[in-house]
Design a protein. Structure first.
Length: 677
């Protein structure tokens, strides 16, 4: 039996849970439920992330204490999670005494290792509000890729990290004013002292390959940046014991909250924290989004290593949620709160839909309403529940056959797939597991159709045959439900009531159930009503402000570029359609030795499809700044043999050349492989 501790990233206590958040918590809950079904001891720990300026500002605006605010939000978060069947073994708070104690322990270890230093830094100060601005209260243009409207810590477009003061044209989101730059003394953790360890650990197989490749670039040319770990008061958080007036930055005590919450659970259950966080026999699995992988894969392991805590066995990293191919939007009603969803739809629907889209890769997940309806109605209602609803009522008076009937090897086939389905769950490849389960369901339903129990029941002489056919069908249904139990615990509960047993072990799928009374069939799942989806979207809409009318001539664009490069001769639409332009992600970028202008790019079109392309953009871009960025390429350009290798396409850029080259990037929500045009 494995001993496993699992965490999800801590939800911030300043806002409610929405469908984007649920990608992570449902992904984690499914994995934890699977482990428990396999007989492993698996502890699922989470907590609210409660500190920082945002909490103070909201509490002040609402005329109450920070403690009152975070208590209310904790209750709301846990209510939403419970509504979706997400079961934590413990849900705590980073504002606990246990967390404070662990923060002190780790801080002392960092100081004893001489990893803490003082530095004078430039920090943005909102004069109107009278506060230093936390990262989340600053927006501006990314200093690396020049994408506008980016947050104050890392860029959504190119994943670059920076300080708020490094943003171009920063704006305070609190007052919509331009902040001042003021100097302040901050405490920093020098993670460069663990350069070799972090380099090796990030490439050890603990992270998904995409994330390992992304992080590899941080170790190539420059030392790892010191981590700014303190904030001056007033600040809602833990005061640093040996630095009065300064507080630990929220990103310091947030991951430590995993340990603090575990300590609270241990205190309640009479167990030792060291057995979970300092025991080589305990696996530690983190589930996080790709937007916070930098903190969890550089700073966090540096803290754990220095303080003598166990390092994560695996960090599972997922992408973002889009709705119908676009970023969630309040004006379109696709920014949907968990509570709003629960008012309209069955949470089992979302659990299953997400499972069909989640893989072990760091990929964005799209929620398509039409596909959502189709998958639930076809897979769950039409293929799985239908097996029980069409057969259970016929043998309810007599129960299952005493001996399992001949079924042409169907049950044996179902049982034999258990290991492969379990392997897909273990790897986090839920979409593969769902496909395999539905392929089995596709074999079960023809059996029922061909044997037509509704016809057999008309002939009293075929009572045994009817019982046997229904026994086979219900055992196939039972096996499917066991395989789906991590995703659909409510369906497993209802099926267990029907069959008179708890479907609480994966091993139950290895042997058929016979000689068992059957309860009266009760409805298990309804088809999705599209009208309810429309009502949910309508309920989620917020009035968008009217866009400011554009005044012709406002932009004063120069004609220099057009005069320097006039428009080419006219082509036909058919000529244009010969070009296959695709969105691609840069997954690797490196300089080409002896080439003055070229950078060698590995471009992903999604899945395992990649292209090697040489681009003459060296004067305008650093290779490490390109990794993770979405760009556009000509995908059907004939390969061109060059001195340095074969170039399998061309990326699209504008500008006259040299340093004035500007890569074309799609808006957020675009995905590798999508056609442009």
């Amino acid at each position: 039996m494995r001993k496993i501790l699992v965490t999800s990233a801590l939800p911030y206590a300043n806002g409610h849970i929405h469908l984007g958040h649920l990608v992570e918590y449902l992904q984690t809950d499914i994995w934890v439920r699977f482990q428990k079904l396999m007989g492993n001891r698996c502890l699922y720990i989470c907590a609210d992330d409660t500190h920082g300026t945002a909490i103070s500002i909201r509490a002040q605006a609402e005329g109450r204490s920070e403690e009152d605010l975070i208590a209310e939000m904790s209750e709301a978060h846990q209510r939403d999670f419970a509504g979706f069947g997400i079961e934590f073994d413990h849900f705590g708070s980073t504002n606990s005494e246990s967390n404070r104690e662990v923060c002190h322990e780790i801080w002392k270890a960092l100081c004893d290792a001489d990893m803490v230093t003082e530095q004078e830094i430039d920090q943005l100060f909102d004069v109107s509000k009278g506060v230093f601005l936390a990262d989340r209260f600053v927006r501006g243009t990314c200093p690396v890729c020049k994408s506008p409207d980016q947050p104050g810590d890392n860029c959504d477009k190119c994943n670059a990290t920076y300080t708020p003061a490094e943003l171009i044209d920063p704006v305070s989101t609190l007052t919509n004013t331009t902040p001042e730059v003021r100097s302040a003394t901050h405490l920093f953790v020098q993670i460069e002292k663990l350069h070799d360890f972090l380099d090796e650990w990030t490439q050890s197989g603990t992270l998904p390959p995409e994330s390992a490749n992304y992080l590899k670039n941080f170790f190539l040319n420059e030392p790892l940046r010191d981590w700014d770990i303190s904030r001056p008061g007033p600040y809602f958080g833990f005061e640093i014991p040996d630095s009065p007036g300064n507080y630990w930055y929220v990103w310091f005590d947030a991951p430590i909250g995993y340990i603090g919450a575990t300590q609270d659970w241990c205190s309640e259950h009479g167990e030792s924290l060291d057995d979970w966080w300092k025991n080589p026999g305990t696996e530690i699995h983190h589930f996080i989004g790709k937007d916070i992988q930098y903190f969890h894969t550089l700073f966090w392991p540096a803290m754990l290593k220095t303080a003598g805590f166990s390092l994560p066995t695996k960090v599972h990293i997922h992408g973002f949620l889009t709705v119908d191919g676009e970023k969630m939007s309040k004006s379109r009603g696709t920014f949907i709160q968990a509570s709003t969803y629960l008012e309209h739809l069955d949470p089992s629907y979302l659990r299953y839909y997400y499972a069909t889209r989640l893989s072990s890769r760091v990929e964005d997940l799209d929620l398509n309403p039409e596909e959502f309806v189709s998958k639930i109605n076809s897979d769950l209602v039409g293929k799985v529940v239908n097996l029980a609803s069409r057969t259970a009522k016929f043998i309810q008076p007599v129960g299952l056959s005493e001996v399992y009937p001949e079924d042409d090897g169907l049950f044996e086939t179902f049982a034999s797939q258990g290991d492969a389905i379990a392997a897909a769950y273990e790897a986090g490849d839920y979409s593969k597991a769902m496909r395999m389960i539905m392929e089995l369901a596709d074999q079960a339903n023809p059996y029922v159709e061909n044997n037509a129990p509704w016809e057999l029941r008309k002939d009293p002489e075929k009572a045994q045959e009817l019982q046997d056919v229904c026994t086979v069908a219900l055992n196939l249904f039972r096996t499917l439900v066991i395989y789906l139990a991590p995703v659909l615990p409510e369906l497993a509960r209802k099926a267990g009531e029907l069959l008179g047993e708890e479907l609480d072990s994966w091993d139950l799928a290895k042997a058929p159930l016979v000689g068992q009374p059957i309860a009266k069939f009760k409805h298990m799942m309804q088809r999705v009503d599209p009208a309810k989806i429309e009502a949910m979207i309508e309920a989620s809409k917020e009035e968008a402000p009217e866009p400011e009318a554009a005044t012709p001539g406002n932009w004063e664009d120069s004609a220099d570029a057009l005069e320097a490069s006039p428009i080419a001769d006219e082509i036909s639409f058919d000529d244009f359609m010969k070009l296959d332009l695709r969105v691609v992600r840069v997954i690797e970028a490196k300089e080409v030795p002896d080439a003055r202008k070229l950078i060698q790019l590995t471009l992903s079109l999604g899945g395992d499809e990649t292209r090697n392309v040489f681009a003459g953009i060296k004067a305008a871009y650093n290779p490490e700044d390109l990794v993770g960025r979405l760009v556009v390429m000509v995908a059907n350009l004939a390969p061109r043999k060059m001195k340095f290798g074969v170039s399998e396409g061309m990326i699209i850029a504008s500008g006259p050349g040299g340093k004035d080259v500007f890569l074309l990037s799609p808006d957020e929500g675009a995905a590798p492989g999508q056609r442009v045009g």
